[in-house]
Design a protein around this ligand. Structure first.
Ligand code: MN3
Length: 249
């Protein structure tokens, strides 16, 4: 696109074309702009996020190679396929929450690739090399209200992550009544989707697909799940909690 605009500009600058021709070229440029801005709508709206740390930053939980492959290949592929589907289906003007709320009515790529895109965005964001410890403030209060104690919540979450059969995710999410719950979903589903058994806004998620841990942990998913707590960014989870709460009020 830039190439077309640039070429026209050079021609005009050299004053080698008539006013009439200039008007025609200008109109053509506008048509091209309209066409391209339409076709990249999904891509403009949904960006591929930067990883907020280096590939080796979370090595107490996950090794550098796994992190690199997970982010730059798996996540990137979900993103590319999601944007491609949006452009083909002309669904670029809907929010991702709207798409998920009716995911059963959309092509399956929205569920799989849109889910993969959204879930990994959340996953990277709720981890940090400075993570670990315990949640504080309003989030801690809400966890204690829902599960009795932080330890009880951890047990419930670990159990959901370990017993999810095959590929999927474990979640801490806020339901529409403002209560926290733990759940697990298959593949790239999440609690925002109308296909989920228990619905709400996810505020913390753990990827339990083998691609997330197999190089380092092999079949020991339990060890992977236990080590997750070392890197959880509770500040980010609390922000997600507050955002989710604001949306239902
Ligand atoms: Mn993954």
């Amino acid at each position: 696109m830039l190439y077309y605009c640039y070429s026209i500009d050079i021609l005009m600058y050299n004053n080698k074309i008539s006013i009439k021709m200039r008007t025609k070229l200008f109109s053509l440029a506008i048509i091209f702009l309209a066409f391209f801005s339409h076709s990249i709508k999904g891509q403009e709206k949904f960006v591929f996020p930067e990883l907020p740390y280096s590939y080796d930053a979370l090595e107490s939980f996950i090794d550098k190679t796994t992190m690199e492959i997970h982010y730059s290949r798996h996540h990137k592929a979900y993103y590319n396929n999601f944007v491609k589907t949006l452009n083909e289906c002309d669904s670029g003007d809907k929010s991702i929450e709207d798409l998920f709320a009716n995911v059963s009515k959309h092509v399956v790529s929205i569920r799989n690739n849109g889910g993969g895109y959204y879930n990994h965005n959340l996953f990277w964001e709720i981890m940090s090399p400075d993570g670990g410890g315990v949640p504080k403030g309003e989030l801690l209060k809400a966890i204690e209200k829902a599960f009795g104690s932080f330890e009880e919540f951890k047990n419930k979450f670990e159990s959901a992550a370990k017993t999810q059969f095959g590929s999927g995710w474990a979640w801490l999410a806020l339901d529409w009544e403002g209560n926290l719950f733990v759940s697990s979903t298959l593949n790239q589903d999440n609690p925002l989707m109308d296909v989920a058994e228990k619905r709400g806004t996810p505020i913390l998620g753990l990827d339990v697909w083998e691609h997330a841990y197999y190089l380092h942990y092999q079949n020991k998913r339990g060890d992977y799940v236990s080590n997750f707590w070392k890197v959880v960014n509770w500040k980010a989870v609390e922000e997600n909690y507050k955002d989710a709460l604001r949306k239902i009020k």
